[in-house]
Design a protein around this ligand. Structure first.
Ligand code: SF4
Ligand code: SF4
Length: 70
């Protein structure tokens, strides 16, 4: 599978449309795009992961969820 590109466009999409609206979002300033940048520095309360609805998740054929927490 191709690796998710760490671009400002992907970051903004994730923060504004996906992770930023997720009930599990840890909300650490400056963070998002966990699938490219790795897990959060904060503590994650696992409620739901909405990654499978994300256009990036679909485009890159991602298989996992909870990237913010692992
Ligand atoms: S990686 Fe998944 S669980 Fe974490 S904030 Fe993003 S959508 Fe939510
Ligand atoms: S797959 Fe998940 S972590 Fe990656 S951009 Fe989409 S919502 Fe964010």
């Amino acid at each position: 599978m191709p690796k998710v590109e760490d671009t400002e466009e992907n970051f903004a999409l994730c923060l504004n449309e996906q992770c930023g609206k997720c009930p599990s979002f840890p909300g650490v300033e400056g963070e998002a795009l966990y699938c490219a940048r790795g897990r959060s520095a904060g503590k994650v309360q696992r409620r739901q992961c909405i990654c499978p609805d994300c256009p990036i998740w679909i485009k890159y054929g991602q298989g996992r969820t909870f990237y913010c927490d692992q």
